[in-house]
Design a protein around this ligand. Structure first.
Ligand SMILES: Nc1ncnc2c1ncn2[C@@H]1O[C@H](COP(=O)(O)OP(=O)(O)OP(=O)(O)O)[C@@H](O)[C@H]1O
Ligand SMILES: [Mg+2]
Length: 591
């Protein structure tokens, strides 16, 4: 009996708990498997974008490599339409080349690169761009990536055909050999891919990306053969390389608790004071002591032994100490002159201006914002403002609605600068804005690097730069209105001058020649009394109509992108409508 009772109390081992069953399904997901399924996160969500993204990733890498090696970049981009939405693309550079051992890892392994761990301004940062393009090509055509690379005259040219083993995220070498190619070339890298894509001109096209890249990087030469039409050559405008950004350490402002805690654990420094001086930029011995004092911690504290509470007081101490802004040499801005020049080449406007902000910091990362604007001239007055966005000299063509740059521009009160704007929309008027964010780490909203995240520090700086341009613009718009009003008044007065002349002729019997003299005299009195009238005109010898046309052709209706575009259009239409209504009301008031 007791035995039976015992049996009843025992758990039934024949049926396993559900958790055990569920546990059997748990498996590690490789990074390549994840992105294979979520390729939209990397910018491969439609055929048109996929083609542009692939070229962008390769060109950005070539530019980064050339700049790191101090070589004036010369890049060939060749796009061949193979029909049925298939394209063959080749990107070749004259950069430093890649050592043989690294080639398979760079091109056929996701999250493998040289830029992730260093705080320095570069186009790439994640170590995922080019291998993602290789993976997309493999996924859509099954063809391997073909890589050619040479590092100098004395070394041979290596050729690889590569696949990615997405289960393991490792390279699979399909073919590997030394080739005779490039006997006359010292160094460089070439990548050839077959992929599914769609080629169209327009605002988000390859042509537009390459043109804007040439604008933001006047030291490069780009030779581009589009799938249709003639070769385009964007020749370099200067032989001077941009200032090479210096690699830096994080700035103490904005460093988060977890990171500070980890840095303290990993440092080689023996004391808190030397830790602060060694691991951060802009902290000398005086500042370090001041931080310790404000944090109520001894400068001799061993960083490795610091508790979470101590790190928290250290953070407080940092925030209470005045620390000079980060050095500017870690950032290489495009520059006011160049930004304005690029606008002059592209847009025939009446008024141009630019503004640069001093360096600032978000989460310990220094950054700079530059803005330029072109107003009036040949730009349509009834459309929303056009914005060209750049991050670390790379044009951002997609996701304008989700970008911190657009958000900052919308949050600016453009009505006070003389433009019409409805709440939550871009201003309406004949205006184009260029905004460039340069940083040692650009916070993109996703791995596809299309839009900038909404960090309050960044939004604030963009707004301040935009406002600076806005104030100068407002002065111009006010002046223009004054001139237009004055011109209207003069026109009215001038209408009456001949009537006065003929009345005088009749009353006091003037001759024709006397009447003419009276008219002339009255006109000169008018000029003298009201002063000389300034002329408003477009005077822009730098405008290049052929250049402006590149990438501007109307694109065909694309169903894949209709959704996003539709929304943007709605917004701007709403803006236009409300703008017009406001103008009508203002007119009524004036009358
Ligand atoms: N054309 C090239 N010449 C020399 N080195 C290159 C070239 N292309 C890529 N590399 C090297 O390969 C690495 C990986 O490139 P990949 O584009 O995958 O990542 P990334 O540029 O570091 O970052 P991101 O994912 O943001 O583009 C780079 O960090 C760079 O060191
Ligand atoms: Mg890259």
């Amino acid at each position: 009996m007791a035995e039976e009772q015992n049996k009843l109390n025992q758990p039934d081992t024949t049926e396993e708990p559900i958790a055990v069953e569920l546990a059997k399904k748990q498996r590690e997901v490789s990074i390549s498997q994840f992105f294979e399924r979520n390729r939209h996160l990397l910018g491969f969500d439609n055929k048109r974008k996929a083609l542009m993204t692939t070229i962008k990733e390769a060109v950005d890498n070539s530019l980064d490599a050339c700049e790191e090696a101090d070589i004036l970049p010369e890049i060939y981009v060749n796009v061949v339409d193979m029909n049925n939405d298939r394209f063959n693309i080749t990107i070749e550079d004259n950069g430093p080349g890649i050592v043989k051992k690294q080639i398979p890892h760079i091109f056929a392994r996701l999250l493998y690169g040289s830029k992730f761990f260093k705080l320095s301004q570069s186009r790439g940062q994640q170590g995922i761009g080019i291998s993602a393009s290789v993976m997309y090509a493999q996924l859509t055509t099954g063809k391997p990536a073909k890589i050619t690379s040479k590092i100098d005259k004395k070394h041979p040219t290596h050729y690889y055909e590569l696949h990615i083993d997405t289960q393991k995220n490792t390279p699979e070498i399909v073919r590997e050999e030394i080739v005779e190619e490039w006997s006359d070339k010292d160094h460089g890298t070439k990548i050839e891919l077959d992929l599914e894509g769609s080629y169209q001109k327009g605002d988000q096209s390859i042509d537009q990306y390459l043109k804007q890249t040439a604008i933001a990087n006047p030291h490069i030469t780009l030779i581009y053969q589009p799938p249709k039409g003639e070769q385009l050559i964007f020749a370099r405008a200067t032989d001077k390389m941009p200032r090479r950004p210096v690699e830096i350490k994080p700035h103490p402002y904005g460093v988060e608790l977890g990171r500070l805690f980890q840095m303290a654990k990993l440092t080689e420094a023996k004391t808190l004071q030397s830790f602060l001086m060694k691991e951060f930029s802009r902290v000398g011995s005086g500042t370090a002591k001041q931080i310790c004092e404000n944090a109520a911690l001894l400068p001799k504290t061993k960083p490795k032994t610091m508790s979470r509470e101590m790190v928290e007081s250290l953070m407080k101490g940092i925030n209470e100490t005045r620390i000079i802004s980060p050095p500017t040499d870690c950032i290489s801005p495009i520059g006011n002159d160049l930004l304005e020049k690029s606008l002059r080449k592209e847009i025939n406007a009446e008024f141009y201006t630019a503004a640069v902000r001093p360096p600032s910091v978000y989460r310990g990362n220094p950054f700079i914002v530059e803005v330029a604007c072109a107003y009036g001239g040949e730009q349509p007055a009834d459309q929303s403002m056009k914005i060209y966005r750049f991050a670390n000299r790379v044009p951002l063509l997609y996701q304008p609605g989700g970008c911190g740059i657009t958000k900052s521009v919308i949050a600016t009160n453009w009505r006070s600068y003389g433009l019409s704007q409805s709440s939550g929309a871009l201003p309406v008027g004949p205006i184009t804005l260029v905004v460039h964010l340069a940083s040692v780490w650009v916070p993109y909203t996703s791995e596809s690097k299309e839009a900038i995240a909404h960090y309050p520090e960044i939004i604030k700086e963009i707004k301040l730069a935009v406002q600076e341009c806005g104030r100068k613009l407002a002065m111009y718009i006010r002046k223009k209105r004054r001139i237009q009003d004055e011109s209207k008044k003069r026109d009215y007065i001038q209408i009456y001058i001949p009537h006065i002349g003929s009345a005088l002729k009749e009353i006091i019997g003037l001759k024709d020649s006397q009447e003419e003299r009276v008219n002339k005299l009255l006109k000169s009195v008018l000029e003298k009394k009201r002063g000389e009238l300034e002329e408003i005109k477009v005077d822009n010898p730098e405008y290049d109509a052929e250049w402006a046309k590149i990438g501007k052709e109307k694109k065909k209706d694309n169903k894949e992108e209709k959704g996003e575009k539709g929304k943007e259009k709605d917004k701007s239409n709403k803006g236009k409508q409300e703008g017009k209504e406001r103008e009508k009301k203002e007119d009524k008031k004036k009358k």
